[in-house]
Design a binder for this molecule. Structure first.
Ligand code: TYM
Length: 340
C-alpha cells in the first residue's frame, strides 16, 4: 500500500546534550558519512526534544544544537546531499510519538536498560519524557519510513523496540504501513569505552571530563587525556583474544584501529610487545591528526550561527516534505481528523 516502503532510506540522530565526543564520531558520524558517500538517501537529525528529557540550560541547549549541527558538517555531512535538521523544527516527531505512546506497552518500556541506567536510583523523580524516550525515537525513524538506522551498540534495544512498535501498529490497524527497520551496528567502534574505566561506555554525560575526548578539545587536551587514560602494566599482545580481559587496553587499541581504519589485528602486529608509554604517544598523534581538523572546522562554522540556523531550517523544510504525508496518512489510519 505504500510505495516508499521498499526504498532504502537511512535515518539517525544525535542528542545535543553536552559536547559530542570521539565515541559519537567513531560510533556514528563516521558511518553516517560512509552511507552518504555510498549514495543512500540519508536523513540526519539533531534530536533536541530527546535532549530535554533531562534538564538542559536553555542558552546552552541553543548553542549545543548549533554545535552538534556543526560537528555533522565538519565530519563530512554534505547538507545538499543529506538532510540535516533539528527535531523540534518538525512538529510531526512529537505528534507521531504520542500515537506510539498509545501503541507501545508499559511492559516494553519498563524493560529498557538505558532508562534504568539514566534514571538510576532516582526513578520516581525522572521525567515522564525520559521514560517515553524510546517511543519518540521510534517516531523519528518511522516518520520518514526509514529502513536502515546506523547507531552505536548502546542503541540496539531502542531499535528493537522501534521494530516492535512498527509491527504492532501494522497489526492493530491491519496495514503494512511502517517498515520493520534494520539496525546498522558495524565496525570496531560500536562501543567505545571511558578513558578512565574500560568497563563503562564513553559518554557525553560522564562527570569526569578526562573520561572522554570531546569534539571541542584542542590538541594539547587530546594528548593529555590519552596520556592520562587508564591502562595496565603489561605490554601489548599479538592477538585480540589476549585483550579480552584487559578492558582499558582493548579500548585504546580499538580507538587506534577505528581512527586508522585498520583491523585490530594489524594494529597489534604493529605494536606487539610495546608498552603503553610507547603506544600512547602514537595514539595521541593519530587522534590529533584525525580529530583536530573536525574540531577546528566545527569552531569555524560556529562563528556564523545565523548560517547554521539557515542550514537547519532548510533541512527541516526538506524533512517536512517527507514527513507530512506520512503523519497525515497515520492520522487517517488511526481514525483521527487531519487538516485538509
Ligand atoms: P546519543 O546522542 O547518545 O549518541 C549518538 C550516536 O553515538 C553513538 N554512541 C556511541 N558509539 C560508540 N561508543 C560509544 N561510547 C557511544 N556513545 C554514543 C550512539 O549509539 C548514537 O548512534 N537515542 C540516541 C539518539 C536518537 C536516535 C534517534 C538515534 C534519537 N532518535 C533515531 C537513531 C535513530 C542517542 O541518545 O544517541
Amino acid at each position: 500500500m505504500n510505495n516508499t516502503i521498499d526504498k532504502k532510506r537511512v535515518f539517525s540522530g544525535i542528542q545535543p546534550s553536552g559536547q559530542l565526543t570521539i565515541a559519537n564520531y567513531l560510533g556514528a558520524l563516521k558511518n553516517f558519512v560512509q552511507l552518504q558517500k555510498a549514495g543512500t538517501e540519508c536523513v540526519y537529525c539533531v534530536v533536541d526534544l530527546h535532549a530535554i528529557t533531562v534538564w538542559q540550560e536553555p542558552n546552552e541547549l541553543r548553542n549545543a544544537i548549533r554545535h552538534a549541527a556543526a560537528c555533522f558538517i565538519a565530519s563530512g555531512i554534505n547538507v545538499e546531499k543529506s538532510i540535516l535538521f533539528n527535531q523540534s523544527l518538525v512538529s510531526a516527531h512529537a505528534e507521531l510519538a504520542w500515537i506510539f505512546n498509545c501503541v507501545a506497552r508499559m511492559g516494553w518500556l519498563n524493560r529498557m536498560t538505558q532508562f534504568k541506567e539514566k534514571a538510576g536510583s532516582n526513578r520516581e523523580n525522572s521525567s515522564v519524557g525520559l521514560f517515553a524516550y524510546p517511543t519518540l525515537m521510534a517516531s523519528d525513524i518511522l516518520l520518514y519510513h526509514a529502513t536502515h538506522v546506523p547507531v552505536g551498540d548502546d542503541q540496539k534495544q531502542h531499535l528493537e523496540l522501534t521494530r516492535d512498535i512498527a509491527i504492532k501498529f501494522n497489526n492493530d490497524f491491519g496495514v503494512e504501513f511502517f517498515p520493520v527497520i534494520e539496525p546498522i551496528i558495524e565496525g570496531n567502534a560500536t562501543r567505545i569505552m571511558s578513558l578512565r574505566d574500560g568497563t563503562k561506555k564513553m559518554s557525553k554525560s560522564d562527570r569526569s571530563d578526562l573520561s572522554r575526548i570531546n569534539l571541542t578539545d584542542d590538541k594539547d587536551l587530546i594528548a593529555k587525556k590519552i596520556r592520562k587514560a587508564k591502562t595496565d602494566q603489561y605490554p601489548l599482545p599479538g592477538s585480540s583474544e589476549e585483550l579480552e580481559n584487559r578492558p582499558e587496553a582493548k579500548n585504546l587499541v580499538n580507538i587506534y584501529s577505528a581512527l586508522a581504519e585498520t583491523p585490530t589485528e594489524t594494529v597489534l602486529n604493529q605494536f606487539e610487545g610495546k608498552m603503553f608509554s610507547d603506544f600512547k604517544p602514537r595514539l595521541a598523534e593519530l587522534a590529533v591528526e584525525k580529530i583536530s581538523p573536525i574540531t577546528s572546522e566545527a569552531n569555524k562554522l560556529m562563528s556564523d550561527g545565523v548560517e547554521l540556523d539557515k542550514i537547519l531550517e532548510n533541512g527541516a523544510e526538506r524533512a517536512r516534505k517527507i514527513a507530512d504525508p506520512i503523519i497525515r496518512k497515520t492520522y487517517e489510519i488511526v481514525g483521527l481528523k487531519t487538516k485538509s
